[in-house]
Design a protein around this ligand. Sequence first.
Ligand SMILES: Cc1cc2nc3c(=O)[nH]c(=O)nc-3n(C[C@H](O)[C@H](O)[C@H](O)COP(=O)(O)OP(=O)(O)OC[C@H]3O[C@@H](n4cnc5c(N)ncnc54)[C@H](O)[C@@H]3O)c2cc1C
Length: 395
Amino acid sequence: MNRMLNILSGEMGRKASSDPTGRRCSVIGGGVVGLSVALHLLESGVDATVFERAGVGAGASGVQPGGVRQQWGTRANCLMARESSAFYSDFPSRYETVARARLERCGYVFLATEDRSLTQFQKNLVVQHEAGVPSQLLEPDEAAALIPSLNTDLVVGAAYCAEDGYFDRPQAVVEAFAEIVARQGGRIEITGVRRISRNGSSWTLNLEDGTSYNTDAVVVAAGSDSVSLLSPLGHDLPIVQEARYLFYSEHIQERLIEPLAIAVDLGFAAKHLADGRVLASDLHAAGEPDIDQGHWRRRIRDVVVDLLPVLEYVPLPIIAPGYYDMTPDGRPIVDMLDDGLWVAAGFSGHGFMVAPVVGAMIAKAFRGEECPPWTESVSASRFAAPISETEAQVI
Ligand SMILES: Cc1cc2nc3c(=O)[nH]c(=O)nc-3n(C[C@H](O)[C@H](O)[C@H](O)COP(=O)(O)OP(=O)(O)OC[C@H]3O[C@@H](n4cnc5c(N)ncnc54)[C@H](O)[C@@H]3O)c2cc1C
């Protein structure tokens, strides 16, 4: 991990030097992952072009509220999140970009209202501590010291990491990545890719504008659309779309709740964001917003009244829908599928927080360097065998 951190901190902000091999790489998808891959390739001297169908941040990256946490239940996710968290911590000083964003380490509190969840938190803590994550278990009254209106009668215990946090302007990170890509000499083409095909030792992209583009390597970072781009090439990825909905209040000046509070058994999360809006989620919301939002709102209100009464009268007029690209084990797929053909998808609701290390890992592989210890855990080939480990902390 230290080597990885050195690479992350040592090479950031460097102007791209030209790759002696003159390789050209195309990245499909202008979300936070595709842009991070392009950024890191450019910093390694690889010529990179991003092909984005709709616009920078048009997918999940433009919806996510900027959560960056290290509390995970699998070693791979802990290591990836920890390394990315280090990258994000000095993001504003590392890059001088027009779009400014700062990670606020407000902490994440996972609340258990059932004993089995507390037992799971204890197991997760062992994994987290082995990966160097400074998390801890809290008694209900200790959790209430962090979340003053918390009804401790419902809570049997909690898990907490003070280093977890939220970006004050999450979409500004995506904007900044795009700005750095352009500044480093990369291109962001707003056109979709219809098809990828082999062309001798290189690859051809057939574009929606009717043209085609030859490239030495391709990184497919198109969220769940990566599946349909890769299946004609014989690579079937087990990624499915799952709808998620965020509920927002208007701006509220008086601060109501500082850490992110997640009541896992109740399927509820709430956070007062840096910009003044309260974010609340019914993590079990399923159905159609037009038909089911009344039901989701009632469920949020029921939890709030019982658990966090400070939020009882906060209206949540805004619903932001988005999609998780889920894998069966809750870990992403970041792998070279064929010579010069990569995938970085299936981020299962945490692609924003791991995007920096994914970009750095692919750039390292291009440079022929040793990859980080979590690489095997995100391989595409792991699904050929029965699933050995599933991430328990996806929310
Ligand atoms: C409600 C919600 C809350 C979330 N909260 C968090 C959080 O707090 N923290 C966190 O880390 N993560 C969070 N996530 C997950 C995170 O948003 C995603 O994992 C991350 O944004 C994935 O980035 P990406 O670049 O892989 O995909 P996307 O952002 O979806 O980007 C894929 C891009 O590919 C483009 N594309 C697709 N097909 C083609 C094609 N054929 N040609 C060209 N372009 C194409 C799309 O237009 C899109 O812009 C959340 C997600 C949601 C929905």
